[in-house]
Ligand binder design. Structure first.
Ligand code: AMP
Length: 189
């Protein structure tokens, strides 16, 4: 298992697990959210283009996001494996990812789906807003928007991966160590 996606609603712990799992497997974790946030902080051209969308909890346009990922996946450190965190987020991006992987001559091994219920997610997002100072976690309208986008855009994409037999569902409820142990177990099967 060296080429994987990690998907799940905001607050499901996917960023934390992506970093852990990628270290455990010796592959690079690529988070589009982290890339956008770093660019916004650094006030780069990409950051300026993405800022309005990220602040509102909207998706950054597919064309921009797809280009970014295509470039990032061509780096040397992704040649032997990667764990994509936060991308793809909808069916259009998933179709583009297919094309990118075809061009690279590689295939996806698995899609890890972290599950969590909405009440738990809202609690976690509030906690994250306090501890990490993420603006997009602090505002309830933005939180609701992101959860809504997950259900409307990302869920149908996960269903597609499911029909391809790639999805491994893992309960995201519990401590970081507990969830991590479940993921490592799921990846063995
Ligand atoms: P995340 O850290 O994955 O929750 O992403 C934070 C924000 O970055 C999202 O709310 C979007 O505005 C933007 N973003 C991250 N990944 C994507 C993506 N694959 N497509 C579009 N926008 C994205």
């Amino acid at each position: 298992m060296t080429r994987m996606l990690i998907v799940g609603p905001q607050g499901s712990g996917k960023g934390t697990q992506a970093k852990l799992v990628s270290q455990q497997l010796g592959i690079v974790a690529i988070s589009t959210g982290d890339i956008f946030r770093a660019n916004i902080k650094g006030e780069t051209e990409l950051g300026k283009e993405a800022k309005g969308y990220v602040d509102a909890g909207d998706l950054v346009p597919d064309s921009l996001t797809n280009r970014l990922v295509e470039d990032r996946l061509s780096w040397e450190d992704a040649a032997d494996g990667f764990l994509l965190d936060g991308y793809p987020r909808n069916r259009t991006q998933a179709a583009t990812l297919n094309e990118i992987l075809d061009r690279l001559g590689v295939e996806l091994d698995a899609v890890l789906e972290l599950t969590a219920d909405t009440d738990e997610l809202t609690q976690r997002l509030k906690h994250r807003a306090e501890t990490e100072g993420r603006d997009d976690d602090a505002d309830e309208t933005v939180i609701r928007r992101r959860l809504e986008l997950f259900e409307n855009e990302t869920r149908p994409m996960i269903d597609e991966y499911n029909t391809r037999g790639l999805v491994k569902q893992v309960d995201g409820l519990g401590s970081v160590d507990e969830v991590n142990a479940r993921i490592m177990e799921a990846l063995k099967s």
